[in-house]
Design a binder for this molecule. Structure first.
Ligand SMILES: [Cu+2]
Length: 498
């Protein structure tokens, strides 16, 4: 196969002058048409926040067994119309899997979609054969069994399909669910009553056609919807008890980056990153969260009975997030995610903020035996009018291993964004610590374990990690951009641990 040299947009404008700019503009208008607005005018909003079912697993022979079935479902978002969806077990998204550190788990994943896909356990440390990436394809009608021991820290993780070229479409139509991992060794006085003061929030954006169907146009560079869904309901309402409430935020969107805050600008505290608790709560009024990232926050509603506040995204405050050819109206505004009505407190509410949360065993730069560089580039194949998204100049090839890592090695991975848009970089299997963003230490709320990091245009992010426990020369793990359309377009590579 011959490879075209991708030309960056900047190079392209420079090289081809006015004619090129005109061409680029016409391409841009084609692309912005790929992020169309909903034609449905009466989408149902403000329903009560759905709470995904909690699966605690069935004990069989000392293992916890969970059953997931990927199926076609149907929802009503437009009055009188059916919206075709995909889901695990129900009609949209999937159950929350509750697990404890040390659990041996067995997850049976049955595919009844009528087409192949996979299910990947995002953020979980596990053998590559159990990862659920593109190599663990589940044919229609088949059941794939994933078996592993939970070694991760207590935090919020998630699962979703990961079939090459199909991930974005499958997630957009509803295939995604959460894991909550708890650690019996470090139970803290944090809100932990699921659905009462411990609330999962899966945030996504979608476009609705007038006939109720989801609009998912092909050939785009990152689909952004004009309706915000939380746990599968459009800008829902939530009745919060008048006490500390823990929200487990997952940005499960295909491409949209959020800048969360509250409509009254109140302070809240982030307590966990993707892969564990922070050392102590970090006070924030804004929380930037890119696709694939999670954050747990505590919000204090004590003494605020009968008041109301909205969780919003202050998207207009974000710089550099949206190149002109991918912006839509929401990017330039502050928009609602969810309305919170404060009710009376529950019995035994959590009313104090813990002073400290966890100790983090920090890997030191001096321990690293190797530094690898990953250059993210967004190009443009002249002549074919197709966008290219590359890592170190290459797109994903399922038959090529890009990196070989020695078991137990500590490494620094340096991710360099040469592109015009932000790219959230995700590494399978491991959790890392961010060493620097453009040479400076990361903000305090990014100082914990992470598996996905947003790398802004012209930014270099250095992370440190250890590739422990699992080696398999034949089965690779993935690293990739978590804008799902970029991943599907090949902004992904493979590594093996040997
Ligand atoms: Cu990307």
């Amino acid at each position: 196969m011959t490879k075209r040299h991708p030309v960056s947009r900047r190079e392209f404008i420079k090289l081809s002058g006015i004619a090129g700019s005109a061409l680029l503009l016409s391409r841009c208008s084609i692309l912005s048409d790929n992020n169309p607005l909903s034609t449905a005018t009466n989408v149902i909003r403000s329903q009560p926040l759905p709470i995904p079912e909690l699966l605690t697993g069935t004990e069989i022979d000392g293992k916890k067994v969970y059953d997931l079935t990927m199926r076609r479902g149907s929802m009503v978002f437009v009055p009188g119309k059916q919206t075709a969806t995909l889901a695990y077990n129900g009609n949209i998204l999937g159950p929350t899997l509750l697990m404890r550190k040390g659990d041996e788990v067995v997850i049976n994943v049955t595919n009844q979609l009528g087409e192949p896909t996979t299910t990947h356990w995002h953020g979980i440390h596990l053998p590559a054969a159990m990862d659920g990436g593109p190599h663990q394809r589940i044919e229609n009608g088949d059941t794939w069994q994933a078996r592993y021991t939970i070694m991760n820290e207590a935090a919020t993780y998630w699962y979703h399909p990961h079939l090459m070229g199909k991930t974005s479409e499958h997630v957009y139509h509803g295939l995604a669910g959460l894991f909550i991992i708890k650690d019996p060794q470090s139970e803290l006085a944090l809100p932990d009553r699921y659905g009462f003061d411990d609330i999962p929030l899966i945030i996504q954006d979608k476009i609705f056609n007038a006939d109720g169907s989801l609009n998912y146009p092909s050939g785009h560079e990152g689909i952004k919807g004009d309706h915000i869904l939380v746990n599968g309901a459009v800008t829902p309402t939530f009745n919060a008890p008048a006490q500390f409430v823990r929200f487990r935020l997952l940005n499960g969107s295909n491409a949209r980056i959020y800048n969360f805050g509250f409509s009254d600008d109140r302070e809240f505290h982030q307590i966990a990153t993707d892969g564990g608790l922070l050392e102590k709560p970090v006070a924030l009024t804004r929380l930037r969260l890119s696709t694939g990232e999670r954050a747990e926050i505590l919000v204090d509603f004590s003494g605020q009975e009968t008041s109301q506040v909205r969780l919003v995204s202050y998207s207009s405050e974000l710089d550099n997030i949206n190149p002109p050819w991918l912006s839509n109206a929401l990017d330039k505004s502050t928009f609602d995610i969810m309305t919170i009505h404060v009710n009376s407190a529950t019995a035994n509410p959590i009313t104090t903020l813990p002073g400290s949360l966890a100790s983090i065993d920090r890997l030191q730069e001096s321990q690293a035996v190797k530094t690898r560089s990953f250059e993210l580039e967004e190009g443009f194949s002249v002549g074919s009018f197709s966008a290219t998204f590359t890592i170190n100049g290459q797109t994903m090839d399922i038959n090529r291993i890009d990196e070989t890592i020695q078991l137990n090695d500590i490494e620094i991975w340096e991710v360099i964004n040469d592109a015009d848009m932000p790219h959230p970089f995700h590494i399978h299997d491991i959790q890392f610590l961010i060493l620097t963003r453009n040479g400076s230490p990361p903000p305090e709320n990014e100082s914990g374990w992470k598996d996905t990091v947003l790398v802004m245009p012209r930014e270099t992010v250095r992370v440190i990690t250890q590739f422990g426990e699992y080696a398999d020369p034949d089965k690779p793990y993935m690293f990739h951009c978590h804008i799902l359309e970029h991943e599907d377009a090949g902004m992904m590579g493979q590594f093996v641990v040997v």
